[in-house]
Design a binder for this molecule. Structure first.
Ligand SMILES: Cc1cc2nc3c(=O)[nH]c(=O)nc-3n(C[C@H](O)[C@H](O)[C@H](O)COP(=O)(O)OP(=O)(O)OC[C@H]3O[C@@H](n4cnc5c(N)ncnc54)[C@H](O)[C@@H]3O)c2cc1C
Length: 449
């Protein structure tokens, strides 16, 4: 029986689950090459999930097992599809190609002043504090100003707000780079205002995430009790949504706790729509309008504004793209171009269903994708027309692509642990791609001695 060879684009949760499930679910032999444009695996688990959420991040242990223990599953990091390999080439060399490359862009508010200095996407801020190699070390300076606003009321907004008030000792327990710890240590921001367009009943973050905020010792969490006098629409929503009801009950506890005179404050402002960022070159304020009463307009001075209104997929040349939804259009996880299925091309994760759900949601999503891949393989009688792994490797070598394989990644990990130990921390991320590649080279050279 011939071996089916599958390319998976992206090593985030959806790519890792796809690789794992392909090998688990297939009755015939299957080999999977997982490509990532970064030299490091795990996508947003490494560069999105908050550094002070180690339990969520520990899912990487089970993803690593897929690469460590499954014969035929390879990691090919530092290979960007669309640059180093085209989609046409992938289709030529593999029996099936699964795009699981996430949603690396962000939605804009579309209001005046959005391009002022000091107005950024929360995605950029998150990438910066996570030490993403695409982010300059000095992309954010937190000195000088005192008030930041975060526009949006999802879990990512709360992550950013919490990071802005976290104690430096807490940050040193994470793996974020030293220059980021120092930037937070030097921060003069002492108030973060989180702005929701609708009332508190419609906040999207989870109760668990909000409780975590209440547990940050340095910080008062301020909610205006008047905001918790809910109108009929909000009350009807609570009646139908137990999670929202629990969250509003916790808001009430926070409002009852009142202001404790702590050093920093996170303040929630509901029923406000941003209409303009104010400033000349650099942001100095934000104009807000009451969503329920457009005659109420107020200006709030701000030094840093982060919009957190959703991630967005990015088009790849040669792959259909739905601009409005920001996803690759699909039917039963098979990519479609208009009404036609693009044979042998599939999607999984955020690029398939949009930026929603937790890490585990991508497992169910990947399973649906794998079922379609394997059904199509079976319909072809299992015959493979794929090239060998060696052919793909030679193609990349011929283009001078320095592929980071799984043992290289293990070397990068070891270098990160050593960098942490040197300064009394558990681990510190290498945040410069050249440093990551150097760590891989050094380990390779030592192994070769
Ligand atoms: C800030 C933030 C915090 C979060 N916190 C949590 C949390 O606490 N708990 C939780 O359960 N979930 C959390 N999530 C959600 C979770 O991270 C996502 O559900 C999940 O990462 C989506 O997986 P994915 O594989 O579709 O995309 P991604 O994780 O984005 O992975 C996509 C991968 O594709 C690669 N790629 C992109 N383009 C190319 C290309 N052209 N060629 C090759 N490779 C490419 C990228 O480098 C990346 O590694 C968070 C998300 C964010 C943004």
């Amino acid at each position: 029986m011939s071996v089916t060879r599958v390319a998976v684009i992206g090593s985030g949760p959806s790519g890792a689950y796809t690789a794992q499930l392909l090998t688990e679910e297939s009755e015939s032999p299957v080999e999977v090459d997982v490509f990532d444009r970064l030299a490091t695996p795990f996508g947003l688990v490494r560069y999105g999930v908050a550094p002070d959420h180690p339990r969520v991040k520990s899912i990487t242990t089970s993803f690593a097992e897929v690469f460590d223990e499954t014969p035929g599953v390879r990691f090919l990091g530092n290979v960007e599809i669309g640059r180093d390999l085209s989609i046409a080439e992938l289709r030529e060399h593999y029996d099936a190609v699964v795009f699981a490359h996430g949603a690396p862009l962000d939605r804009r508010l579309g209001i005046d002043g959005e391009d002022l200095d000091g107005v950024d996407a929360v995605r950029q801020f998150v990438s910066w504090y996570q030490g993403h190699p695409d982010q300059a070390a000095d992309a954010f300076v937190l000195q000088g100003g005192t008030r930041a606003v975060v526009i949006g009321v999802g879990n990512v907004a709360l992550d950013a707000a919490r990071m802005l008030v976290r104690e430096v000792e807490d940050l040193r327990k994470t793996d974020i780079p030293e220059h980021i710890v120092e930037a937070f240590a030097a921060s003069t921001i002492d108030e973060v205002v989180v702005i929701g367009r609708r009332g508190p009943a419609f906040a999207k973050f989870t109760n668990k995430e909000f409780i975590e905020l209440l547990e940050v010792d340095s910080t008062d969490v301020v909610i205006d009790a008047a905001d918790l006098e809910l109108d009929e629409v909000q009350q009807a929503h609570l009646a139908s949504d137990p999670a929202a009801k629990r969250l509003v009950a916790t808001f009430q506890k926070a409002a009852d706790r009142g202001v404790l005179g702590r050093r920093k404050t996170i303040r929630f402002v509901f029923d406000r729509t941003p209409v303009e960022f104010l400033g000349d070159g650099t942001v100095t304020g934000i104009r807000l309008r009451a969503t329920s009463d457009p005659s109420v307009v107020e200006d709030l001075p701000v030094d840093l504004a982060l919009r957190s209104v959703g991630y967005l997929g990015k088009p790849l040349e040669g792959l259909p793209f739905d601009e409005r939804a920001g996803v690759v259009p699909s039917r039963d996880s098979r990519v479609i171009d208009g009404d036609d299925v693009v044979e042998g091309v599939y999607v999984a994760g955020w690029i398939k269903r949009g930026p929603n759900g937790v890490v585990g949601t991508n497992r169910k999503c990947a399973l649906e994708t794998v079922e379609s891949v394997l059904a199509d393989v079976a319909a072809r009688g299992g015959a493979s027309t794929a090239s060998s792994a060696e052919t793909v490797d030679a193609l990349l070598r011929g283009r001078d692509v320095r592929v980071v394989d799984w043992s290289d990644w293990r070397a990068i990990e070891a270098a990160e642990i050593a960098a942490g130990e040197a300064v009394g921390r558990e681990r510190i991320k290498l945040h410069i791609r050249a440093e990551q590649l150097r760590a891989a080279e050094l380990a390779g050279a030592t192994a070769g001695v």
